[in-house]
Design a protein around this ligand. Structure first.
Ligand code: NAD
Length: 380
């Protein structure tokens, strides 16, 4: 079966869906990558050739010849037009914001799988690209803050005096938040964290951070995720967090609700309450941001406080992001096509969970809901 990997075209995207090491281990598949596809992540065309893959210069021909197209971002409409009916795509399809791509794939008769829709069950952990990429974001988010902060992270006792450790506050202790906590602790900061799911309390503590106990009800939803919170809840949460935000040198926000805009945790007034030189890194900026002042894709300075809204943070660690992503995507591929032959079992929770288009239709109810609620938000 022919696997195709095209260069990513979204601005700033440096990842590639398949890396040479992982391509070399695929058996039963014939891999072709577009010339230059791995360049921004540090992989040369020669490295792919040495791994046994072919390199093709003509993008349209490669798309047309692929039985399975692997990508990070949703395939652009121009590429969808070149795919064969019955071809398969695997990648982040982002149905909430990419309705046109989803509809084009369905109309073209392409079977598409979206990694965001993968059920988060233990059997699917090795395919969980949301987790692998969130973990990179949590790590890099702390480094971005440390780089901008005019202070040391660790406590230092020097002949010139004692430097107290930096104080880091992490809001949202899911995959990204826990990695942010671990990274900040490794750099020697004193770390506090908060999440609306008290289930994470022990994990936060085991990383050497303090779990903030706020007088708020738990907001545990389904599947280990948070549920959407009321405006009343969020207002109260912001009130209770104001003093902790003001005490922090660094705030890293990672709070998210699947398929929804990120909840607003830090207002402009709260940022104004922070000391000059402090840094807020908003890792939820791709879904609107947790801070009122976040400008997605920008770093702004407001009253001496930096608000970093860098989007697509995993892409800033492109080599390891691509390596982990390639393992996730090929694990899913091998699940869908054991021994190199496509065997789609729609009774299987993983296959059913992440299949978005099949046989000319959008088959995922969840994808349809996300597309409808995004359209509704646009109308408002
Ligand atoms: P996410 O990116 O959707 O959200 C990040 C965090 O933000 C979550 O912990 C959420 O509770 C938190 N949050 C939401 N609203 C908040 C608010 N107002 N204030 C503070 N925090 C808020 O979640 P995620 O990191 O992708 O994963 C969340 C859960 O899924 C975790 O429990 C994780 O262990 C679980 N998970 C399970 C598997 C698996 O079993 N295969 C894989 C990955 C993750």
């Amino acid at each position: 079966m022919k696997i195709g990997v095209l260069s990513e075209t979204v601005a700033g995207e440096r990842r590639v869906a398949l890396v040479p090491d992982v391509a070399a281990k695929l058996t039963g598949f014939e891999v072709t990558v577009q010339a230059g596809a791995g360049a921004a992540a540090g992989f040369t065309d020669d490295a792919y050739r040495e791994a046994g893959a072919a390199v093709e210069g003509d993008r349209a021909r490669l798309a047309g010849a692929s039985a399975v197209l692997l990508s990070v971002q949703p395939p652009p409409l121009a590429d969808v037009a070149n795919l064969r009916s019955g071809a398969v795509t695997i990648g982040f399809l982002q149905p909430a914001t990419q309705a046109a791509a989803v509809e084009a794939l369905a109309a073209r008769g392409v079977t598409s799988f979206s990694l965001e829709m993968l059920p988060r069950i233990s059997r699917a952990q090795s395919m969980d690209a949301l987790s692998s990429q969130a973990s990179l974001a949590g790590y890099k988010g702390v480094l971005m803050a440390a780089n901008r902060l005019g202070k040391f992270f660790p406590m230092l006792m020097t002949a010139a005096g004692t430097i107290p450790p930096a104080r880091v506050l992490v809001l949202g202790a899911g995959v990204a938040g826990l990695q942010a906590i671990a990274t900040a602790r490794r750099l020697g900061a004193v770390v506090e964290a908060y999440d609306v799911r008290p289930a994470v309390k022990e994990e936060v503590r085991s990383l050497g951070a303090t779990f903030l106990e706020l007088e708020l009800e738990a907001q545990e939803g389904q599947g280990g995720y948070a549920r959407e919170q009321s405006e009343e809840f969020l207002t109260r949460q912001r009130e209770l967090l104001t003093e902790r935000v003001a005490a922090a040198d660094v705030v890293v926000t990672t709070a998210a609700i699947p398929g929804r805009r990120a909840p607003l945790l830090v207002t402009a007034a709260m940022v104004r309450g922070m000391r000059r030189g402090s840094v807020l890194v908003d890792l939820a900026s791709d879904t609107g941001g947790n801070c009122e002042l976040t400008e997605p894709g920008e770093v702004c300075e407001v009253g001496g406080v930096w608000v970093d809204g860098t989007t697509n943070v995993p892409s800033t660690v492109p080599l390891h992001a691509s390596q982990l992503y390639a393992r996730n995507v090929t694990n899913l591929l091998e699940h869908l096509a054991p021994d190199g032959e496509l065997k789609l079992d729609f009774e299987d929770e993983i296959t059913k969970g992440c299949c978005v288009t099949y046989d000319g239709r959008v088959v995922s109810e969840r994808a349809k809901q996300l597309m409808e609620s995004a359209a509704e938000n646009m109308r408002r």
